[in-house]
Design a protein around this ligand. Structure first.
Ligand SMILES: Nc1nc2c(c(=O)[nH]1)N[C@H]1C(S)=C(S)[C@@H](COP(=O)(O)OP(=O)(O)OC[C@H]3O[C@@H](n4cnc5c(=O)[nH]c(N)nc54)[C@H](O)[C@@H]3O)O[C@H]1N2
Ligand SMILES: Nc1nc2c(c(=O)[nH]1)N[C@H]1C(S)=C(S)[C@@H](COP(=O)(O)OP(=O)(O)OC[C@H]3O[C@@H](n4cnc5c(=O)[nH]c(N)nc54)[C@H](O)[C@@H]3O)O[C@H]1N2
Ligand code: SF4
Ligand SMILES: [Mo]
Length: 748
């Protein structure tokens, strides 16, 4: 056994219980039986969504987690958590955890357990063989927004600077690429400006393509804490749970957001309801934007969005008259064929009305996964580590000097995007793929093409907590990973807050943290010396801190993990100066929660070279696949319940969460369509698109409009239907809209 591996496996034996097998869910949510009074507690942030709630983990005398409650002192969640948070420990003890590496045996065709040295040897032999035959760039990885920042950075550095890859990407492309590009172009840096306190301080909150009641329940609780009697507007084709709780639902036609936002901007100008002082002092190209907007008349906007003129007037009234307006968007915007310009149309509205940099305002993208924000800064895919540019020689040499490596090792262009990597596999330029903490075979758009693409790979490695995911089952080699709660590191939440996760549970069998796996791979590959300084997650954190210096995301004022822990999380930017200066009283959340809650741009200074935010805009384009006679309906997809997470690999392992969510795929269909198609409630129906089909139970409901249906993405057949269209700027897939038809099935 390699000495380092022995150490790792040994170190993992740490404080631990073997005789006491506890399933936290057994006790019900958060209740700890008296006989199991915990020996200690420790706080850490949740590893599901980007809200970043702090959970209080209760440990037995051996330091092993036995249950959790919530942290009442954390500014983010103030003692609240959604069902996934309460059940966060349960997936760790699932029976299908993968406990050893698995290698496909060519003789039997099965994945069979092997030891780590054999797995590493197979990894190196196959991947190096591919590179020798097809060139360095014939290897890629697809990773995630769900591992800690230190792991993402190590992976990105190892793959590009150590293993010679150029094109790597992650599921953040499916999710946040649009926000990343939109902010970068408009503000000069990928910088979501808000803090959660803004939910409480707005006079009007406008949610566009976001369903926080389901997807970000604790953020929604913060909205409910707003004492300003706010207008709450939900712009979504569906009457979602959030729309039902809102004061105004705006049920626009799918993918008509860009026209709507331009129409509103035009009406605001006509009404004189813009902040000319702010525009003049802090923005550029407004005049061009204003003249571009003239064609977006009230009539055209009403016609193309399907909204009555009164609704448009009401929306304009709200924006024009309320003092502090915040605009929030999520996947209904980001997952579209013109998503970057749509996100920027939201940014434009905030800029022209001066709704930025003040409490309760902002053009605010809500993030998805627990560490999508970390992957935007340190994924090393579209931006070089720390938000730098691969194409700039001075950026490459700066990063190389911090890492202590030769700048020539850094590629001089950004990665191809997820869809282009899969295309590359299809066309034969990429032959080896390493998939880390994502489940491509379920979550990728037009998913039916993936098995054929996989066949073209000479070697597929999947690194996951479970070998049962759709993607892991296709692998040549499975590397067993520790999950949240089994390792240390940092996650960055939607409001730019660095929060800490800790090892409170021993990973099963020989599973190792992703960090440890990357270190082993580096050594086995022969490039371990490049990462000698990355000796532990906290040592890596110190390197990332240095990479952040003088960048807008600087966090050099944070001394250690312990500092973050003690402070209740820390938002970037946080420089040495911030570390010394006390928080101004007016920026404190409340006397009970004295942590800092800070927003960006209070001085009107943006990160562009001229310090001005840019108005960016383009002509709207029709949906790539419009309904027609054969496929007359529009399919919308998204989250289904607060108890389900994506492809279900974690949340399906909890009895509690399974009880809280439907077990079978259902399709929301309007009563008018159900009547026309003679479909009864709960009847099994077939949804077809040009690419595939999915059977689902009919849920007849007026939450969807006639001509539209909705499917939750948590079931594996949904992406058989979706149409592969991509936004040209962010290359984010347009998961939310394609043409389908619904058919009755005679017999089940
Ligand atoms: N419970 C749970 N929570 C989660 C997740 C989960 O899987 N489960 N995933 C997390 C992740 S990674 C993400 S990215 C977020 C996603 O969070 P959200 O984006 O809030 O969730 P979605 O349901 O994907 O999409 C939001 C809404 O977009 C609407 N929509 C569809 N088409 C359009 C359109 O053309 N225009 C407009 N305006 N709206 C449209 C849909 O009807 C849907 O209600 O959730 C995070 N939180
Ligand atoms: N139709 C449709 N499709 C969609 C969407 C939609 O709205 N509609 N939304 C898209 C969006 S926004 C997203 S973010 C994607 C999500 O899609 P995926 O990323 O494919 O979904 P997950 O189920 O979160 O997959 C994460 C995997 O990581 C594993 N894992 C968890 N923790 C760890 C860890 O610490 N280490 C390792 N190695 N593995 C770990 C889990 O077991 C799981 O298999 O789906 C996208 N797909
Ligand atoms: S809202 Fe998000 S971060 Fe908070 S407990 Fe639920 S899943 Fe975890
Ligand atoms: Mo996401």
């Amino acid at each position: 056994m390699i000495p380092q591996l022995e150490d790792l496996l040994h170190a993992r034996q740490g404080p631990m219980t073997s005789e006491l097998v506890l399933r936290p869910g057994d006790f019900g949510l958060g209740r700890i039986p008296a006989r199991l009074k915990p020996a200690a507690t420790t706080d850490m942030v949740c590893g599901f969504c980007s809200t970043g709630c702090s959970l209080r983990v209760h440990l037995n005398e051996r330091g092993q987690a036995i249950n959790l409650t919530t942290n009442p002192h954390y500014s983010v969640n103030q003692g609240m958590a959604c069902p996934k948070g309460w059940e966060a420990l349960t997936p760790l003890s699932a029976p299908d955890r993968v406990t050893t590496p698995l290698l496909r045996n060519p003789a039997t065709g099965n994945l069979e357990p092997v030891d780590w040295p054999t797995a590493l040897a197979a990894f190196v032999k196959n991947f190096k063989g591919i590179q020798e035959r097809h060139g360095k760039t014939s290897l890629s990885f697809l990773s995630t927004g769900q591992i800690v920042m230190e792991e993402m950075a190590l992976l990105g550095a190892l793959a590009k600077f150590g293993m010679g890859m150029t094109d790597v990407d992650s599921n953040t492309r499916q999710c946040m690429a649009t926000s990343h590009v939109a902010y970068k172009q408009s503000f000069g840096f990928d910088a979501p400006p808000f803090t959660y306190k803004d939910f409480e301080e707005s006079d009007a909150l406008i949610f566009i393509g976001a369903n926080p009641c389901i997807a970000h329940p604790i953020m929604w609780q913060r909205v409910m804490m707003n004492k300003h009697n706010p207008d709450i507007v939900v712009i979504d084709p569906r009457r979602t749970e959030t729309a039902m709780a809102a004061t105004l639902h705006v049920p626009l036609l799918p993918k008509s957001d860009l026209v709507l936002l331009y129409g509103l901007a035009n009406l605001l100008i006509e009404r004189g309801a813009i902040k000319q002082d702010f525009i003049d002092a802090h923005t550029s190209s407004f005049a061009d934007f204003a003249s571009f907007l003239r064609e977006f008349t009230l009539d055209r906007t009403a016609r193309e969005t399907g909204l009555p003129a009164e609704t448009l007037h009401r929306l304009v009234d709200i924006i024009a008259t309320r003092e502090r307006v915040s605009l929030w968007w999520t996947m209904g915007v980001n997952q579209g064929h013109e998503s970057t310009r749509t996100a920027q149309a939201i940014i434009n509205l905030a800029l022209m009305t001066g709704n930025i940099g003040r409490p309760g305002t902002g053009a605010n993208s809500i993030t998805g996964q627990c560490n999508a924000m970390g992957s935007r800064l340190f994924g090393n895919a579209s931006s070089l580590l720390g938000g730098y540019d691969f194409a700039k020689a001075e950026h490459r040499s700066h990063v190389a000097s911090i890492l202590g490596i030769d700048p020539a090792l850094i590629p001089d262009r950004a990665s191809l995007a997820y869809d282009q990597i899969l295309d590359g596999i299809d066309k034969g330029s990429i032959r080896g793929l390493w998939v880390i903490a994502t489940n491509t075979a379920h979550s990728w758009i037009n998913q039916k093409t993936f098995p054929a693409i996989r066949e073209k790979l000479e070697f597929l490695v999947v690194q996951d907590m479970y070998a049962t995911t759709e993607t892991a089952r296709m692998a040549d080699l499975v590397l067993p990973a520790a999950g949240w709660g089994e390792k240390d590191g940092i996650l960055i939440n939607s409001e730019r807050r660095l929060g800490i996760v800790k090892k409170v549970s021993r990973a099963p069998g020989q599973a190792l943290s992703d960090f440890a796996i990357f270190k082993l791979v580096a050594d086995a590959w022969g490039c371990g010396h490049l990462f000698a300084k990355w000796s532990s997650p906290e040592a890596a954190f110190q390197i990332l801190k240095e990479l952040s210096r003088r960048q807008p995301c600087e966090f050099t004022g944070i001394s250690s993990y312990e500092h973050i822990d003690r402070s209740g999380g820390i938002q970037w930017p946080f420089t040495d100066k911030d570390a010394i200066a006390p928080t101004p009283i007016h920026e404190r959340t409340s006397t009970a929660h004295p942590e800092r809650e800070r927003r960006l741009f209070s001085d009107g200074q943006f990160f562009t070279p001229d310090r001005r935010a840019k108005f960016l805009f383009d002509q709207p384009r029709p949906m790539p696949e419009l309904p027609d006679a054969d496929y007359p309906m529009i399919l919308l997809t998204g989250r289904g319940s607060s108890a389900q997470w994506h492809t279900g690999s974690r949340t399906d392992k909890s009895d509690v969460l399974r009880k809280l969510a439907p077990r079978e795929l259902y399709v929301e269909i309007n009563p008018i369509d159900a009547d026309r198609l003679r479909i009864a409630n709960n009847e099994l129906v077939r949804v077809r698109s040009r690419r595939g089909e999915a059977d689902a139970l009919a849920l007849i409901t007026s939450t969807v409009q006639p001509g539209q249906i909705y499917l939750p993405m948590h079931f594996d057949t949904v992406n058989r239907l979706t149409f592969p269209a991509f936004d040209p700027h962010s290359r984010q897939p347009s998961y939310k809209a394609c043409a389908v038809r619904v058919e009755r099935i005679k017999k089940r």
